[in-house]
Design a protein around this ligand. Structure first.
Ligand SMILES: Cc1cc2nc3c(=O)[nH]c(=O)nc-3n(C[C@H](O)[C@H](O)[C@H](O)COP(=O)(O)OP(=O)(O)OC[C@H]3O[C@@H](n4cnc5c(N)ncnc54)[C@H](O)[C@@H]3O)c2cc1C
Length: 338
């Protein structure tokens, strides 16, 4: 049992001040990931600053069509909100495919953005080698059972084991937010700033323990969704070992804006295959201006997984990702949800 302090914040400035001034302090959202990791002895915050009583639980729409989601909005409330269901069904579908109803009732938008990997070797301290948990210690997953691990964006050149990491980002919500081109708004001791979702999660490089562009004392305050383009043609397809209560082996968030059968714009992101929601500019470029046909979708799928690097147990993910992309884009074009 690791002792820790608990403090309830009533204003963002107060929460930020305590986290900035207290070594090892962390914000507490729904606690569905952080508390588990504390029980597993993976995370050891000195102080939990409870942000559940801050008033950032609104979903608002501006006249230009932008929608802003407070960081404290629960996953259930977000997925079931009328604006989200109507204008951003991709996001609604992605969230509802994850976890369980009880977990979604607790989990927050900010916490979901920052949920940590489900790599077995990260979550189990019996394995001493984990560069994410214990920088410089090695990577048990590289030599271990790496069936759920990443095939894109990893750091595993084989020369030095002290920085390698092949863990995936496990979130479904993040994949939809990537395809929708969301922006994350944050506030810290030095003021407010905005980070495009595509830049929010980082690739491991030589620092797999640094997972996002967020500084430890910065609070996520909201997520902004640009005006909806894909309401009529989108699909979140999640492939997993069982149909509920399981993380994605591969997932695809696909959004198309069609003019007749020509693709005007596209958002395509993959989950379960990379350390961050994986977007391929080349794949999206191949879609725009092209006819919404299976041939076009195959071309985009090939481009999306170009450069994939596989390990002993996860080579199947390349073909699975390609097939899933084609299926998700086909269903999106037809206006059918997975
Ligand atoms: C059994 C199980 C199954 C699951 N299945 C899925 C699944 O299939 N798909 C899926 O996507 N997810 C799944 N999840 C994960 C779940 O979605 C996350 O645990 C949840 O979204 C985390 O949100 P939270 O508010 O509880 O975060 P917390 O646990 O409170 O926090 C997570 C991290 O975010 C930080 N944080 C929280 N809010 C803020 C903020 N506003 N600003 C800055 N930092 C903040 C915390 O300090 C902590 O580091 C599952 C979880 C469990 C336990």
């Amino acid at each position: 049992m690791n002792p820790f302090h608990y403090q309830r914040a009533t204003a963002p400035e107060e929460a930020i001040h305590v986290v900035a001034a207290t070594r090892g302090a962390k914000f507490l959202g729904g606690g569905t990931n952080l508390i588990d990791l504390m029980k597993y002895d993976v995370e050891h915050p000195t102080t939990l600053v409870d942000i559940n009583h801050l008033s950032f639980t609104q979903i608002t729409s501006a006249s230009d069509g932008t929608t802003t989601v407070g960081a404290g909005v629960r996953n259930s409330d977000l997925a079931n909100h009328q604006t989200i269901r109507t204008n951003y069904p991709l996001l609604s579908q992605a969230i509802l495919s994850g976890a369980s109803a009880q977990l979604r009732n607790m989990a927050t938008t900010g916490g979901n953005l920052l949920q940590r990997t489900r790599c077995y070797y990260f979550n189990d301290t019996a394995y001493t080698e984990c560069n994410k948990r214990n920088p410089g210690s090695g990577c048990s997953a590289l030599k271990g059972f790496n069936r759920i691990h990443a095939i894109l964006g990893t750091s595993a050149d084989g020369d030095s084991d002290t920085a390698n990491c092949i863990a995936t980002n496990p979130s479904d919500m993040n994949v939809a937010l990537a395809a929708l081109n969301a922006t994350v708004h944050v506030q810290g001791p030095k003021g407010k700033r905005s980070i495009a979702l595509r830049d929010f999660h980082l690739l491991p490089g030589t620092t797999p323990h640094i997972e996002t562009a967020l500084k430890p004392d910065e609070l996520i305050t909201s997520v902004e969704l640009p005006p909806s383009r894909f309401a009529k043609h989108s699909c979140y397809l999640k492939v997993r070992d069982r149909q509920s209560y399981a993380f994605a082996l591969v997932s695809v968030a696909a959004g198309l804006e069609l003019d007749g059968s020509t693709i005007q714009s596209a958002g395509l992101a993959l989950g379960g295959v990379a350390p961050k929601p994986w977007r391929s500019a080349e794949a999206e470029k191949a879609l725009v201006g092209a006819p919404a046909t299976v041939e076009t979708f195959h071309k985009a799928a090939d481009l999306a997984v170009a450069g994939a690097k596989t390990y002993q147990y996860n080579a199947f993910k390349v073909e699975l990702a390609k097939t899933s992309i084609v299926r998700a884009l086909t269903l999106a074009a037809q206006g059918v949800q997975a």
